[in-house]
Write a protein that binds this ligand. Structure first.
Ligand code: CAA
Length: 277
């Protein structure tokens, strides 16, 4: 299995695949990014060891199943490659053009996009029938749900291969067509965006907005959750759904754009709605 991009999502996906017993080739754009990916993997598996969920031997075996580097050449023999680079269509299309050249003709190429059109990404390749979306949730090692997305061109065999892979990883696969937000984000982001707007309008403190929802049993309040997802990703998801549906609930709350412009992207930059150590 291949993974392109070892940021929060890519590293998480690589870990899930290696935990599932697969050999993983991970590719990053340069040595610094590669080191960040390695650090992420070390932290995540280290935490599992500290919590008694993983033995030191299993951790070593998981990391040992990964071959991490900066060249696409290592992806040539992969059956499936999952792309998890930043959410920019031009960048993703360039990655897929490259994958199309390097990967075996029968390899399935998947994108972990949460807001872009899988069809537009597939159109960058000469094998659109082999392209699917495979949308993991953050944190990937913990969240059970994976959305498997088909376009009008996807071959049923490619879709089935990915559904089976996801099931074999102990995750729950749901299948959906190529519509903005797929299932989960389409349902989730009206609520999250509304929470950002309420905070901006001074309804209540961020803590009280979050407490109102955690006390209903949700694991995180909406503002904390957006900080986890990343405010840049949150903004992109709202924009993508708004562009396709014109549903006003998804017109991004202005505060989201302001925080993103200021570089306050949530946990990954140490500050978003909240400040982190
Ligand atoms: N990586 C790996 N494992 C992690 C982790 C991470 N980043 N964060 C937490 N965990 C693990 C912990 O090790 C722990 O595992 P064990 O029970 O096996 O020991 C478990 O998750 C619980 O962690 P904690 O006790 O530290 O913390 P918690 O109980 O508060 O749970 C949480 C943390 C799992 C993140 C929980 O708060 C949660 O489920 N939050 C909601 C997350 C969510 O909804 N994500 C989806 C966002 S939408 C999205 O991603 C799609 C998109 O396109 C934008």
């Amino acid at each position: 299995m291949g993974v392109v991009g070892l940021g929060t999502m890519g590293a998480g996906i690589a870990e899930v695949l290696a935990r599932g017993g697969h050999s993983v080739v991970g590719v990053e754009v340069n040595d610094d990014a590669l080191q960040r990916g390695r650090d992420h993997l070390e932290r995540s598996t280290g935490r599992a060891v500290r919590r008694g969920r993983l033995s030191e031997e299993d951790k070593a075996a998981i990391l040992g199943r990964m071959e991490l580097g900066t060249s696409f050449a290592g992806l040539a023999e992969c059956d499936l490659v999952i792309e998890a680079v930043p959410e920019r269509l031009d960048l993703k299309r360039r990655v897929f053009e490259e994958l199309d050249k390097v990967c075996r003709p029968d390899a399935v190429l998947a994108t972990n996009t949460s807001s872009l059109s899988v069809t537009e990404i597939a159109a960058a390749t000469g094998r659109p029938e082999q392209i699917v979306g495979v949308h993991f949730f953050n944190p990937a090692p913990v969240m059970k749900l994976v959305e498997v997305i088909h376009t009008v061109l996807t071959r049923p065999e490619a879709l089935t291969a990915v559904q089976e892979l996801v099931g074999g990883l102990g995750k729950v696969a749901v299948t959906v067509g190529d519509r903005a937000g797929f299932i989960a984000n389409r349902l989730l982001f009206g609520y999250l965006n509304q929470a950002a707007g309420m905070y901006e309008a001074g309804y209540a403190t961020r803590e009280d907005i979050d407490a109102a929802m955690t006390s209903t049993g949700l694991p995180m309040g909406p503002l904390t959750l957006m900080d986890l997802i990343g405010l840049d990703v949150s903004l992109e998801v709202c924009e993508a759904i708004y562009r396709e549906t014109r549903d006003r609930r998804h017109a991004p709350a202005p505060i989201l754009r302001r925080l993103v412009t200021a570089g306050l992207l949530g946990r990954k930059t140490g500050r978003g709605f909240y400040t982190y150590d």
